[in-house]
Write a protein that binds this ligand. Structure first.
Ligand code: FAD
Length: 673
C-alpha cells in the first residue's frame, strides 16, 4: 500500500490534554471532574461510539442500586467498615476498597450537587436499604433507571461546561510509545457516520481521526458482546482489546455476574417479579410445555421459598445451589435452555403446580400478606405489589396478564477488568481505566458497587491528571509521527484488507462469527465452567484471530466497524479463556458466579464432587479446601504471548489519620503521586 500519513505532518491531528473514551456514567463524570480539578474544558475531549448508548444510559432493574457509605440516622458506618465489606468479597485489593469506600460519600454528594434526584427525607437524610452482600443499609436508588438519571444530568453538565464531545466516533487503537517505559500518547478513531458509505479506500481513510494526547481515560464499559444470553443493552459492545493491545495488565477475568433476565426485552426478573411466585415453564421445539422446577423442589413450600428469595438474591451464586437454595433455580433454567435446548418462560397468568397460599413458605407468605398482595394469580399479585413493574413490560409491548415471558440465565456484569493503581492509572503510563472496564471488584460485590466504583474512579483519575499530568504532549507532529508510524501502518493494512473483502460473499458474515464466539462463551465461561475441551477451544480462538482477514466476509464499508468489534471480541475471549484454563490448572474451585466441572479430582486440595439432583448430574461440580480468595489472577498479552500471574491481595492500609501529618503532606503536594 502506498504510504499514507493521514495528514499528520500537515497538522491534521487533534490535540488535547485528555481524551476520554465512552459516554457512560463513568466517562461523563470524569470529564466534569477534570474541569473541576482545573483542566481547561477545551483541553478535554470525550469520544463516543454513540451518545445515549452503553450500559449506564440503557440498563436498569426493578430498583437499580447505587452503593455508598451509610449516612442516615443512627446507622453506624465508617469508610473502614465499608472497605472491609468490599474487601471481604474476596480477590479485591484492600487499598482500592478503602479508596472506593472513603470517596463514596464525596461522589454521592457530587451527583446530588449536580442535581441527580436521589431520595431524602424531610430532615435531609438520604435513606438506604440493604442490597446483596451488604450487611448495612448502604444502598440507594432513584428507581428502575438510576444510572440513566445520572447520565442525563451528567451529560447536561458536560455540555454546560463546553467539553468537546465527539459523537459517532469509534476508537480502534490506542497509540503507545515504548521508547522508555510504555506510555500512551494517542488514539485512532473512525468517524462512524462519514465512513459508512465510502466505496473507495482513499475516501474511507479521510474519516479516520488521529488524536495526540497526554492522557487517555478509557471508560468503554463491560465486554458485553461476548455472551449470547445477555441483559446488557444491545447498544453496548465493549472494547477491552484497546487496553489489551496497548499492553495493559488485566485481572479477575474469571469473575462475572449472571442472573435470570427476559430476553426479548432485556430486563432482570429480580425483586417483585419473583416475590409474587410466578410459574416457571419450559417449552420444547415441538411445543410441549411443562413445569420443570417440580423436578427439584419436593413441595410447593420449598419452591415458594427459593422463588421468593431469588427476588433478593438475583445473581447466580455457587454457595446458594445446595440445600434447595435460590440459585438452584438458575441452574435448572440453564439446564433447560443450554443442555435441553428448550425455551423457558416465567408465566404470570397461572400459579405454579401445588400452589396453596396457606402452605406457602412463611418468608414469602408474610411479605405478600404485609403488602396486601394475596390475589389469586401471579400477575394480579404483581399489579398489586408493584404496579410499575407490571407496566414496565406492558410499555415494552409485553402483557404479563396474557403471555408468558421468555427468560434465560444472562450475563450482566464483569467484576474483573483492567488492573489499575489507587489513582485508576494502569501499568501503561497516562492510561487511566474507569467504570466497568476497570477490574477493581473481586469475587462478590455488593449490588450498586459498580456505579460507585465508576464515579470514584473518575474523580481519582481527574485528581491525578490535574496534579501530575496537566500539560500537552511535548512532541512535535514529526516526532509523534515517527513514534506511531509502525502502529499506524498495521492499522491501515487492516483497513486495506477489509476493502479487499468488500462485496465478497466468500466467508463468514460478522454475525456468523459473533455466534461462534458467543456459543463458546455460553459453553465454557457461563455459570458452568468445564475444563474438558477448553484448551482445544483456546486453540480455535487463536486460529480464528490469525485467519480473521481470510475467513470474514464484509458486505460494505459499514461492516468495517463490525470487523473491529469481532477482533475485539476474539482478543478479549483469548484472555478470558486463558484465565479460565489457568484457573483450572491451579485447581481453582467453584466460587462466586460459577461452578467448576473437571473429570479428575485433586486429592491434595481435597476436591470433592457436589452431587446435584439426578436430572442435573451432568452439572455436578467441584468443591475443595483450596481458597484462592486472597490472591488475584492477573493476565496480559506481551509480544504475542499470554502471561498469567497470581498476586497476593494488598491488605486494607493502616492509615495515619493524625491531622497535622496529613495536613503537612497535603500542603507539600505529597498526597497525589
Ligand atoms: C441490567 C443491568 C442492571 C444493572 N444494575 C446495576 C445496579 O443496580 N447497580 C450497579 O452498581 N450496577 C448495575 N449494573 C452495572 C452498571 O450499570 C454498569 O457497570 C455501569 O453502568 C457501566 O458504566 P460505564 O460508564 O463503565 O460503561 P457504559 O455505561 O457501558 O458506557 C460505555 C461507553 O463506552 C462507549 N464505547 C465503548 N467502546 C467504544 C469505542 N471503541 N469507541 C468509542 N466509544 C466506545 C459506549 O458506546 C458507551 O458510551 C447493571 C448492569 C446491567 C446490564
Amino acid at each position: 500500500m502506498e504510504k499514507i500519513n493521514l495528514g499528520i505532518l500537515d497538522g491534521e491531528v487533534l490535540e488535547y490534554n485528555t481524551v476520554i473514551i465512552g459516554s457512560g456514567a463513568a466517562g461523563l463524570n470524569c470529564a466534569i471532574h477534570l474541569v473541576e480539578e482545573g483542566i481547561a474544558p477545551w483541553q478535554v475531549a470525550l469520544v463516543t461510539e454513540k451518545l445515549g448508548s452503553g450500559t449506564s444510559f440503557n440498563a436498569g432493574s426493578d430498583k437499580q442500586t447505587y452503593y455508598k457509605m451509610s449516612i442516615i440516622g443512627d446507622q453506624s458506618d465508617s469508610p473502614l467498615e465499608m472497605a472491609k465489606d468490599l474487601f471481604s468479597g474476596g480477590a479485591m485489593h484492600g487499598d482500592i476498597a478503602l479508596v472506593e469506600s472513603t470517596n463514596s460519600v464525596r461522589e454521592f454528594f457530587h451527583l446530588i450537587h449536580l442535581g441527580v434526584p436521589f431520595p431524602h427525607d424531610k430532615y435531609g437524610g438520604f435513606v438506604g436499604y440493604k442490597t446483596d452482600n451488604d450487611p448495612k443499609q448502604r444502598a440507594t436508588s432513584i428507581g428502575p433507571y438510576t444510572s440513566q438519571e445520572m447520565c442525563k444530568r451528567l451529560l447536561e453538565v458536560v455540555d454546560e461546561l463546553g467539553i468537546h464531545v465527539i459523537d459517532n466516533s469509534y476508537a480502534v487503537r490506542l497509540l503507545v510509545d515504548e521508547n522508555s517505559e510504555t506510555e500512551v500518547i494517542g488514539l485512532i478513531c473512525i468517524d462512524i457516520k462519514s465512513s459508512s458509505n465510502k466505496e473507495d479506500l482513499e475516501d474511507y481513510i479521510k474519516s479516520i481521526k488521529i488524536f495526540k494526547t497526554r492522557n487517555i481515560v478509557m471508560a468503554t464499559g463491560g465486554p458485553s458482546f461476548l455472551y449470547r444470553n445477555s441483559v446488557y443493552p444491545t447498544s453496548q459492545k465493549g472494547s477491552t482489546s484497546l487496553a489489551i493491545e496497548a499492553g495493559c495488565i488485566l485481572q479477575n477475568l474469571t469473575e462475572s455476574q449472571f442472573g435470570l433476565a427476559s430476553t426479548q426485552f432485556r430486563w432482570n426478573v429480580s425483586g417483585s417479579y419473583q416475590q409474587v411466585i410466578p410459574r416457571y415453564i419450559s417449552i420444547g421445539k415441538n411445543g410441549d410445555s411443562r413445569e420443570f422446577l417440580n423436578d427439584y423442589f419436593p413441595s410447593f413450600r420449598e419452591l415458594s421459598r427459593a422463588t421468593f428469595l431469588k427476588g433478593y438474591q438475583w445473581p447466580f451464586n455457587s454457595d446458594r445451589v445446595q440445600t434447595l437454595g435460590s440459585s438452584l433455580i438458575d441452574l435448572a433454567v440453564y439446564f433447560e435452555t443450554e443442555i435441553q435446548e428448550r425455551n423457558v418462560f416465567l408465566d404470570f397468568t397461572r400459579n405454579p403446580h401445588g400452589y396453596d397460599f396457606s402452605i406457602m413458605d412463611s418468608i414469602a407468605k408474610q411479605y405478600l400478606e404485609n403488602s396486601k398482595s394475596e390475589e389469586e394469580l401471579p400477575y394480579k399479585r404483581l399489579k398489586s405489589l408493584n404496579k410499575s413493574a407490571f407496566l414496565h413490560y406492558k410499555n415494552h409491548g409485553i402483557d404479563l396478564s396474557k403471555y408468558p415471558l421468555q427468560i434465560a440465565v444472562c450475563n450482566q456484569h464483569l467484576n474483573g477488568g483492567v488492573s489499575c493503581d489507587i489513582w485508576w492509572e494502569s501499568n501503561v503510563k497516562h492510561l487511566f481505566v474507569i467504570g466497568e472496564i476497570n477490574g477493581s471488584h473481586g469475587i462478590h460485590r455488593p449490588g450498586g458497587a459498580a456505579l460507585n466504583s465508576g464515579q470514584v474512579g473518575g474523580l481519582r483519575a481527574a485528581q491525578k491528571i490535574a496534579k501530575s499530568y496537566n500539560n500537552t504532549l511535548s512532541l512535535s507532529n514529526e516526532e509523534f509521527y515517527l513514534i506511531i508510524e509502525e502502529q499506524l501502518s498495521v492499522f491501515l493494512e487492516m483497513i486495506e484488507n477489509c476493502f479487499k473483502k468488500l462485496k465478497n460473499d466468500d466467508g463468514f458474515s460478522p454475525d456468523a462469527i459473533i455466534k461462534i464466539i458467543q456459543d463458546r462463551m455460553e459453553k465454557y465461561a457461563g455459570i458452568i465452567r468445564p475444563n474438558e475441551g477448553l484448551e482445544a477451544e483456546l486453540n480455535n480462538i487463536m486460529l480464528q484471530m490469525k485467519n480473521l482477514d481470510n475467513i470474514i466476509a464484509l458486505k460494505n464499508s459499514k461492516d468495517i466497524i463490525n470487523y473491529f468489534q469481532i477482533r475485539d471480541s476474539l482478543t478479549t475471549q483469548l484472555l478470558f479463556f486463558s484465565s479460565l484454563l489457568d484457573y483450572h490448572h491451579c485447581s481453582g474451585q467453584s466460587r462466586g458466579s460459577f461452578l467448576i466441572n473437571r473429570k479428575s479430582l485433586n486429592t491434595e486440595t481435597k476436591e470433592t464432587i457436589v452431587s446435584l439432583p439426578t436430572k442435573l448430574s451432568s452439572l455436578n461440580f467441584i468443591r475443595s479446601s483450596l481458597d484462592l480468595a486472597d490472591k488475584i489472577q492477573t493476565i496480559c498479552l506481551k509480544n504475542g504471548k499470554i502471561e498469567v500471574e497470581w498476586v497476593k491481595v494488598r491488605k486494607i492500609p493502616d492509615f495515619n489519620n493524625w491531622f497535622e501529618k496529613v495536613w503537612k503532606d497535603y500542603n507539600e503536594g505529597k498526597i497525589i503521586s
